[in-house]
Design a protein around this ligand. Structure first.
Ligand SMILES: NC(=O)c1ccc[n+]([C@@H]2O[C@H](COP(=O)([O-])OP(=O)(O)OC[C@H]3O[C@@H](n4cnc5c(N)ncnc54)[C@H](O)[C@@H]3O)[C@@H](O)[C@H]2O)c1
Length: 493
């Protein structure tokens, strides 16, 4: 099946809407189900179980049993099974992409890429199973002292809504490769692709090794608090990150937090205005409505190039036009929910009322088939000042704030002036200038003359309140292990 003939949404949806753990499907103990929406049509897609404390307890117990079996599976056998999962993800990429397009509003064609990335992440970590290596410490002929890396136990992964399937498929990879069992808590707005993944993977792993608990804050908090969850991770907002860390503190479990950002793209005076304009648009991830933690949503343009760049932005952004997310021709989708749509529209109104100048967009889109969906035109504000709300808060929507600068030190101070620090893109023909700036920006990931891309193997994560820990490289695998030191006295008996 190719992109001109995508699968039917209804046919792609999972048959199961309950909670998946212990290798089977379970109705929620409370009997609670909630409808999940199609933000492109405003219609209802399905009614999905909401896991509560009792479901979390039952799931963790089966995950613990699954772990005890999985940790003893030989590494290369674990690798073989993970590669089989990856093959299923690739084989079902069309339907998974269609589920996400319908459930979270991102364009089908972009989500097709997400399914491929999830499979690639699975293959990447499957290839690293033998890299959980320890050390030996010289102790002379009578003693052996060594460290071994062991899996931790049950790992809970709580996920954000912007790439539902890619996060579910990709983030289970490292903990499973290291020999842990995994409980996925998919995003409350878009749980359906995770349920489909459970259907696809069912039977490949020992029971309880992979589990999916749809639900909201109660399920997330119960996982973070649970004494038999060895590590909890979150992809989500700064506020949720703080809540998860607080919940985890009662049992002193480690956390891995991938949180929000308000990232800068810096244009130096020697850079090419046309390239910078294209980079600004690309870095915003307008395809999925700017709903990306790494979006460079603050553009700092030197006064020598500011006007030349800004005058190109409207044309550069014109290739993104909101459309029906499930249509393969669509270049820009819908925001994930009516609630989030209203929040983003509120930010746009604040930009207008606080005196910023609209260069593009600034309004909802309701033409024809988009009438009942959550669509907003790609929006660019110029003449933004540092005190404006749109210059300071993560909007997580298709809204870009352009700043003009002349003094490098003052510009860098402003770039670093927020409590978050995830990514930064730097544009200059002079690598010394760019490298000096890369050195000074307080973030975890820097692009020079590039923007937006992730590179499998390169560690991704934030500093300050953008998070704790790194993903997408070998460090992610090792972060799901702990070191045990074993000392042997060969002459002891
Ligand atoms: N750094 C990254 O890699 C990355 C990637 C994608 C998204 N994000 C961030 O995610 C945010 C957007 O996603 P969102 O709206 O789904 O975020 P969110 O914080 O509202 O929710 C994220 C997840 O956390 C759960 N959750 C919320 N409160 C919780 C609590 N108190 N205890 C336990 N679980 C809780 C939610 O149910 C959901 O599954 C943005 O801030 C974005 O920057 C970060």
């Amino acid at each position: 099946m190719d992109r001109t003939d995508p699968v039917d949404v209804d046919a792609a949806l999972p048959a199961h809407r309950d909670i998946y753990f212990g290798g089977g499907w379970h109705a929620p103990v409370s009997g609670t189900y909630e409808t999940t929406m199609n933000p492109g049509t405003g219609g209802t897609l399905a009614s999905v179980a909401v896991a509560g404390q009792a479901d979390v307890d039952a799931a963790v117990a089966t995950a613990r049993k699954g772990f005890l079996e999985w940790r003893d599976v030989a590494p290369l056998e674990r690798s073989r099974i993970l590669k089989e999962i990856a093959a299923r993800l690739r084989a079902h990429g069309d339907e998974l992409a269609m589920i996400d397009a319908a459930n979270c509003g991102n364009p089908y064609t972009e989500m097709r890429g997400d399914a491929t990335i999830a499979a690639a992440q699975m293959e990447f970590f499957a290839g690293l199973v033998t890299e959980m290596k320890g050390d030996t410490i010289p102790m002379g002929p009578e003693r052996v002292n060594m460290t071994a890396r062991e899996p931790m136990g049950v790992v809970a992964r709580i996920l954000a809504f912007n790439h539902p399937f890619m996060f579910c498929g990709g983030k289970m990879a490292a903990p499973l490769a290291a020999g842990n069992s995994v409980i996925i808590k998919p995003p409350v707005q878009a749980p359906l692709s995770a349920l489909r993944l459970a259907e696809l993977v069912d039977g490949l792993l020992p029971d309880g090794v992979f589990n999916v608990l749809p639900g909201g804050t109660e399920a997330g908090a119960a996982l973070a608090e649970h004494k038999d969850v060895a590590k909890v991770t979150l992809i989500g907002s700064v506020a949720a990150g703080k809540a998860v860390m607080r919940s985890a503190s009662d049992t002193l479990k480690p956390v891995l937090l991938e949180l929000g950002g308000k990232n800068a793209l810096i244009g130096y005076p020697d850079s090419d205005p046309a390239r910078v304009a294209d980079a600004i648009v690309a870095g915003m991830n307008f395809g999925w409505c700017g709903q990306s933690c790494g979006s460079t949503s603050r553009a700092f343009l030197h006064e020598d190039i500011h006007d030349a760049v800004v005058e190109r932005l409207a044309e550069s952004v014109s290739r993104y036009r909101p459309g029906v997310p499930t249509d393969p021709a669509t270049t820009m989708g819908a925001l994930v929910s009516r609630e989030h749509f209203s929040k983003v529209m509120g930010y746009i109104e604040s930009g207008k009322s606080e005196g910023a100048r609209i260069v593009a967009g600034g309004h909802a889109v309701t033409d024809g088939p988009l009438a009942d969906g959550c669509f907003i035109a790609p929006t660019i504000f110029a003449d933004v000042t540092p005190d404006m709300t749109i210059a300071r808060e993560e909007i997580f929507g298709p809204v870009l704030a352009v700043r003009r600068w002349s003094d490098e030190a003052a510009m860098l101070e402003e770039v670093n002036g927020l409590d978050v620090g995830l990514t930064c893109a730097i544009w200059s023909r002079d690598l010394a200038t760019a490298h000096r700036a890369a050195n000074r920006v307080e973030v975890g990931f820097v692009w020079i003359n590039e923007v937006g891309r992730h590179f499998l193997g390169a560690p991704f994560g934030g500093v300050k309140q953008s998070g704790i820990g790194r993903e997408e490289g070998i460090g992610e695998l090792l972060s799901f292990t702990h070191e045990k030191n074993i000392h042997i006295n060969l002459a002891g008996q």
